[in-house]
Ligand binder design. Structure first.
Ligand SMILES: *[C@@H]1O[C@H](CO)[C@@H](O)[C@H](O)[C@H]1NC(C)=O
Ligand SMILES: *[C@@H]1O[C@H](CO)[C@@H](O)[C@H](O)[C@H]1NC(C)=O
Length: 479
């Protein structure tokens, strides 16, 4: 329990540091620490005394703010930390795109008025914003694999289009890039001064928001963003499963998981009542309102401080928002407990984990290619990877979330390599299923690469009922 609690706390603290205290004040959300001597009603143990910590009970508004990930001035992070005799060999970064305009509209209401042009006099701002725009405006030449070259390189619509990256989203990733640059390039010299195309591996799905997020991160990361040295590959699948996407058993798990989701929703009478009220306000059948996935649009209102829509029948309000958001949180919790999603996640994440392990092994053998890999992806990419790694306490991927795999070499024993896993700047290595027992078994301070390799090549299938490889696990009968 201690570990679980500490993990929650660390995640929360890291996420909290991501806010300007101003934005917290604005949202009237500076949580008051009610805990005395480290214990409170909902038994979340506070290990470090801190005036700004998690609220004592699950708070949907607080959770939603973490999800928005409003950019802050300084973020503390644990990337790049290792004993001094370890040398950084390669880094593999998975990101979720930054803040975006909704993918769905609430029927019969006005769309939120968000401006997706990038301008200096709007917050949030980053000092590299204008330089990013002018550099992108020069065009990409041959740097993007088809069909990526048909996408715009930065957001530009005065009224955002559906799913378009916003200025907030760009700033989030410029910041991610700058943070990683300070750690990996300036401090650890991951790339040589004369780095070449081969030393980066870049891949994105075919949405403008993922491509643009990847470009913003790279622009913040690289000391010289030379289009001639950039090559972005296109990934057609949100699971990044490339040539290994066909997996019938994975789909069976997904269907069962969706069934679980549906049953949980039916049990929540407050949720049904809320959908009913909202449907009355916008004057459509409840079913239609629910199908329009209103939380997606409401989160945009919330993250951008735009009031929820009204009609002549009334307004959608914060109470509706809280009920739906709270249900999402409960759904996440049950999802982790019921393990159907785990089956889906293990099979869904295997191809990309396998690819990453392959890259790490080549780097460990001394190959100097693909030292920095960036996968610009979605919540539906990061979420299965987190679950597959056993990080069940991790929060659902917020906007501009980052999950990082670091590979280190022990200079004292050059044949030995170690991995670190970081989620939003928090070191979660020893919470993964392949390294959580490490300290009990080994005096080594770092998690050996072999642990990850063994997990990805074999152990992750054992959890799926005795198979030993991806193909068998995907085609097993009678799940
Ligand atoms: C949020 O909106 C309110 C009114 O709609 C306004 O008074 C306030 O200044 C806004 N806050 C921020 C941080 O934009
Ligand atoms: C795993 O990676 C190896 C190379 O490292 C490759 O040969 C194999 O096809 C991959 N398997 C899957 C299922 O992705």
């Amino acid at each position: 329990m201690l570990f679980r609690n500490r993990f929650l706390l660390l995640l929360a603290l890291a996420a909290l540091l991501a806010f300007v205290s101003l934005s917290l004040q604005f949202f009237h959300l500076i949580p008051v620490s009610v805990a005395k001597n480290g214990v409170n009603g909902k038994s979340r143990k506070r290990i470090m005394p801190d005036p700004v910590t998690e609220p004592p009970v699950m708070d949907p508004v607080y959770e939603a703010l973490l999800y928005c990930n409003i950019p802050s001035v300084a973020e503390r992070s644990m990337e790049g930390h290792a004993p001094h005799h370890f040398k950084l060999v390669s880094v593999h970064v998975f990101i979720r795109h930054g803040d975006r305009y909704p993918l769905y509209v609430i029927p019969k209401t006005k769309r939120p008025e968000i401006d997706c042009t990038l301008v200096a006099n709007r917050k949030p701002y980053h000092p590299k914003l204008e330089a990013f725009v002018s550099h992108m405006a020069k065009g990409s030449g041959a740097s993007l694999e088809s069909p990526l070259h048909s996408l715009p390189l930065y957001p530009s619509h005065p009224l955002c289009e559906m799913g378009e990256l916003t200025q907030t989203g760009v700033v989030q990733h410029l910041q991610n890039g700058q943070l990683l640059r300070d750690i990996y390039l300036k401090k650890h010299k991951l790339l040589p001064g004369d780095w070449s195309t081969d030393q980066l591996y870049l891949e994105t799905t075919g949405k403008s928001r993922t491509l643009q997020s990847g470009l913003a991160l790279l622009y913040g990361f690289l000391p010289d963003f030379d289009w001639k040295k950039i090559y972005f590959r296109h990934q057609p699948s949100a699971l990044f499963c490339s040539g290994n996407c066909y997996c019938p058993v994975r789909n069976q798990y997904l269907e069962k998981e969706q069934r679980r989701q549906y049953l949980l929703r039916l049990k929540n009478s407050q949720l049904e009542k809320t959908y009913g009220e909202m449907a009355r306000i916008v004057d459509i059948p409840t079913k239609q309102l629910r199908a329009a996935n209103p939380i997606d649009s409401m989160l945009c209102h919330f993250c951008h401080n735009v009031s929820f829509p009204c009609t002549k029948n009334g307004c959608i309000d914060m109470e509706h928002f809280k009920v739906i958001k709270m249900h999402q949180i409960e759904d996440e919790r049950e999802r982790q407990e019921k393990k159907l999603y785990l089956g889906y996640a293990l099979l869904g994440a295997h191809p990309i984990l396998n690819q990453t392990v392959g890259r790490m092994q080549r780097a460990a053998e001394g190959r100097r290619e693909e030292l920095f890999a960036l996968y610009s992806a979605h919540d539906v990419t990061l979420s299965p990877v987190l679950s597959a790694l056993g990080l069940t306490e991790a929060r659902f991927p917020r906007f501009a979330a980052r999950l990082i795999f670091e590979l280190w070499q022990d200079r004292e024993k050059p044949s030995e390599h170690a991995v670190r896993i970081l989620y939003n700047g928090v070191d979660v290595t020893f919470h993964t299923s392949f390294c959580q027992d490490h300290h009990k078994r080994s005096p080594k301070p770092m998690c050996p690469l072999e642990n990850l390799v063994r997990f990805v090549k074999r152990d992750m299938f054992v959890a799926l009922g005795g198979t030993t490889n991806y193909y068998d696990a995907c085609h097993r009968e009678g799940v």
